[in-house]
Design a protein around this ligand. Structure first.
Ligand code: KG4
Ligand code: ZN
Length: 342
């Protein structure tokens, strides 16, 4: 329930294959969090089909928003602003959320806040750790982005390094296909890897200038599978999954360790879907002793609207409002993201 002085933000998220809406109080407390996943639909096609995603968002969005309001015991009159993801993501999918949010903001005479999806993933940490405040170092591990970011303030980011080609989640999804696993690949590889051993050694994903590269790792797994197939050899897919997982994650954590030591960081946070990976979660304990490690709750690692509402809250406080000319921006970058500068 809303009390005097509380700021309640309605978050709306439709950047990929989840239609989501949430109510968040003061940027930190989830009052309701509704996520309608389209995974079962897209699994039939082996991946997200953009047009089908858009059509399903159109059907679901109003129901999901009403469910979020009902879950929080609130009406539209109670909310202070509407925060919506406007990028990065699939353009048609984004447009559904953006258009719906614009209509709602106009009809209800509420401020509209345009949220960057990646900045939202970072804010998932505020919902899990209400006392977490910048500065901290963030390992960003999503389906579209991979980077180490120094979060200087709620709206100031210093991107230390990032991937020069594929993102880590994308690599999980592509390797899963090669292993014949169903969509979405990341969680499937995670499960399979737990039954295998990392017997295959792959090159590091850290480049000579301290960025990340995942396309070589993906190709190495493809070559391993094809060579075995051509020789008629049986290959243990669980061992391949474990070997790939170790290579994909170890490099991220080695590079993160370097940054932590160099910057004498006291707090590290993880953001994005790959943050759900069990090997990554277990290995975070190996980072520098005395370091505070923040990991969003599993349900907040993947796409959700609570993280969008949390990000929207800090933009609301800054008076960063959008108008009705707001458009979807499928290739939106993180603020302060520069091309590979280290
Ligand atoms: O952060 P996210 O929503 O993507 C972007 O916003 O770009 O996360 C989706 C990604 C997918 O690539 C998915 O395969 C991966 O996160 N993922 C995982 C796991 N759960 C989701 N990857 C590895 N292990 C998991 N348990
Ligand atoms: Zn995401």
């Amino acid at each position: 329930m809303k009390q005097n002085g509380d700021i309640c933000i309605l978050g709306i998220e439709s950047s990929c294959d989840e239609t989501a809406a949430a109510l968040v109080r003061n940027g930190r407390e989830i009052l309701s969090d509704v996520v309608l996943s389209q995974i079962d639909i897209h699994r039939l096609y082996g991946g997200v089909v953009p047009e089908i995603a858009s059509r399903n968002h159109v059907e679901a969005i109003d129901v999901v928003v009403k469910e979020a309001l009902r879950g929080a015991g609130m009406s539209l009159a109670d909310i202070d602003a509407i925060a919506v993801t406007y990028g990065a993501g699939l353009v048609g999918a984004l447009l559904v959320g953006v258009s719906y949010a614009k209509g709602l903001a106009q009809a209800q005479n509420k401020p509209l806040v345009a949220v960057n999806h990646i900045e939202g993933h970072i804010c998932a940490n505020y919902l899990t750790y209400p006392d977490l405040t910048p500065p901290y170092t963030c390992l960003l591990t999503s389906g579209g982005h991979t980077a180490i970011v120094n979060v200087l303030d709620y709206d100031r980011y210093d991107v230390v390094c990032s991937t020069v080609d594929d993102a880590v989640g994308e690599a999980f999804d592509k390797v899963a296909r090669v292993l014949g696993l169903s969509y979405p690949g990341g969680p499937q590889i995670d499960k399979l890897a737990q039954q295998g051993s990392p017997v295959y050694k792959f090159h590091s994903v850290v480049t000579s200038n301290g960025n990340f590269s995942y396309s070589g790792l993906k190709t190495a797994v493809i070559n391993l599978m094809h060579n075995a197939e051509q020789k008629g050899e049986q290959i243990n897919k669980a061992d391949v999954a474990a070997s790939f997982t170790h290579a994909a994650i170890d490099g991220l954590l080695d590079r993160l360790n370097c940054e932590i030591r160099q910057n004498n960081a006291k707090t590290v946070a993880v953001a994005g879907g790959v943050g759900a990976n069990s090997y990554l979660r277990s290995r975070l304990a190996d980072l520098k002793s005395g370091l505070r490690v923040c990991l969003p709750k599993l349900s907040l690692c993947g796409d959700n609207a609570a993280m969008i509402a949390s990000r929207g809250y800090y933009m609301y406080l800054n008076g960063e409002f959008a108008d009705l000319s707001l458009n979807a921006c499928p290739t939106l970058k993180l603020r302060g993201e520069k091309p590979h500068h280290r």
